[in-house]
Write a protein that binds this ligand. Structure first.
Ligand SMILES: NC(=O)c1ccc[n+]([C@@H]2O[C@H](COP(=O)([O-])OP(=O)(O)OC[C@H]3O[C@@H](n4cnc5c(N)ncnc54)[C@H](OP(=O)(O)O)[C@@H]3O)[C@@H](O)[C@H]2O)c1
Length: 353
């Protein structure tokens, strides 16, 4: 244990916070604001941030990447029952159809109305270009069974084209094409104007690229969805984004427990296993995942942890009410080592270098 953590652990009272898993979740069905709520419902999940166009976005959402078909629908059902009102999707995740069925069932069962839920999807790299945006968004809407999204993001600022079989291409092979980002953004502005989505934004966009885009944009992106956790706090970018009215959504907030990248030579331990995270969790009487999510929320991010486990979905949600003391935040800040798990090097670009 580091000297800092030893000092921190000594300084903290044993349970300085409300015990998050008990006090912020209901232990049995009860009434909150006149509505009957199921067991495990986390009231704080209604907390929103106002985007730069006035749309309210719940600060915590459910991630759906790597949530396998057959599991993702149940995860969405569990999340909505727990009080999540924000679901993060993407066409490339290959599971929007099942997410849509779960949403439709929750609406039919009276768990939520369409307007209660904030649904995000993302434009994949093979659909860049002004005229490709609306058809790609409409395909997502069809799979999700919705008539509009709440947020649509350019997933990665790299335009790709599937390589034709006659050029030696197979199902998976792609090549880089030269489509200016401003042209794709013009398509994003059109789908916003057409009411197909309530807000538009970007993802994986470095400061320089985003700054460049602002030069030609009529609509300032509402969001940049980026990898963010104590190993990669991206503080400078987040401050710059805040100055420009761009909200950060933190992806892989738990360090994506399943990535092979954790096993790379010289890699730090998976975030959830870092002794500092474990010690802070013990000191504040929360779980490691809750500590990591609370750290991100304290930075001003919105967070979208992925889980297909109903128990973890509720556990993660409870972090919305967890406020870490300053010395715990400081100890977690000290984990910054620039460790990025998703660099998109497979696109052929070193996006972040
Ligand atoms: N814009 C982008 O390019 C981009 C990139 C990556 C991710 N995202 C979005 O961000 C979401 C979250 O990021 P992510 O999926 O990379 O990683 P993450 O949320 O950091 O981690 C997910 C992993 O943590 C496990 N987990 C969840 N809750 C846990 C808990 N309480 N205790 C221990 N383990 C727990 C999950 O397993 P179980 O499911 O088994 O619980 C899963 O293996 C994605 O699902 C996606 O929606 C966007």
């Amino acid at each position: 244990m580091s000297a800092l953590l030893r000092a921190l652990t000594r300084a903290l009272p044993r349970h300085p916070l409300r015990p998050v898993s008990a006090a912020t979740t209901t232990s049995a069905a009860r009434t909150i604001s006149g509505t009957s709520r199921a067991e495990g419902h986390v009231a704080g999940l209604g907390t929103t941030v106002e985007l730069n166009n006035g749309v309210a976005m719940p600060r915590m959402g459910l991630g759906t990447w790597q949530a396998e078909p057959g599991a993702v629908g149940a995860a969405v059902t569990a999340a909505l029952a727990a009080g999540y009102r924000h679901i993060d999707c993407a066409s490339v995740y290959g599971n929007e159809g099942e997410v849509g069925l779960a949403l439709a069932a929750a609406i039919a069962d009276g768990v939520v109305t369409r307007d209660d839920v904030f649904v995000t999807s993302k434009l994949w790299c093979t659909s860049h270009g002004t005229d490709n945006v609306a058809p790609a968004l409409e395909r997502s809407l069809e799979r999700l069974g919705l008539d509009h999204l709440d947020l649509y993001l350019i997933h990665v600022p790299v335009a790709l084209r599937k390589r034709a079989p006659e050029d030696g291409g197979n199902e998976a092979s792609v090549e880089i094409v030269h489509i200016p980002l401003a042209e794709t953004w013009a398509g994003m502005e059109s789908v916003l104007a057409a009411g197909l989505t309530r807000a538009i934004g970007v993802s994986n966009m470095p400061t320089l690229t985003l700054n460049d885009l602002l030069g030609s944009a009529s609509v300032i992106p509402a969001v940049n969805q980026i990898e963010r956790h104590p190993y990669l706090p991206q503080t400078e970018h987040a401050s710059w984004a805040a100055e420009h009215g761009i909200q950060i959504i933190a992806y892989s907030p738990l360090g994506n427990a399943s990535l092979d990248a954790h096993a790379a030579p010289g890699a730090p331990p998976p975030l959830l296993e870092h002794p500092v995270v474990a010690d802070v969790a013990a000191a504040v009487g929360a779980t490691r995942a809750q500590v990591l999510l609370a750290w991100n929320l304290a930075q001003g991010s919105s967070v979208i942890p992925k889980s297909v486990s109903p128990a973890r979905i509720v556990e993660n949600a409870a972090s919305i009410d967890l406020q870490l003391p300053a010395d715990a935040l400081e100890a977690l800040n000290a984990l910054d080592c620039g460790r990025r798990y998703l660099d998109f090097a497979w696109t052929g670009f070193s996006l972040f270098k």
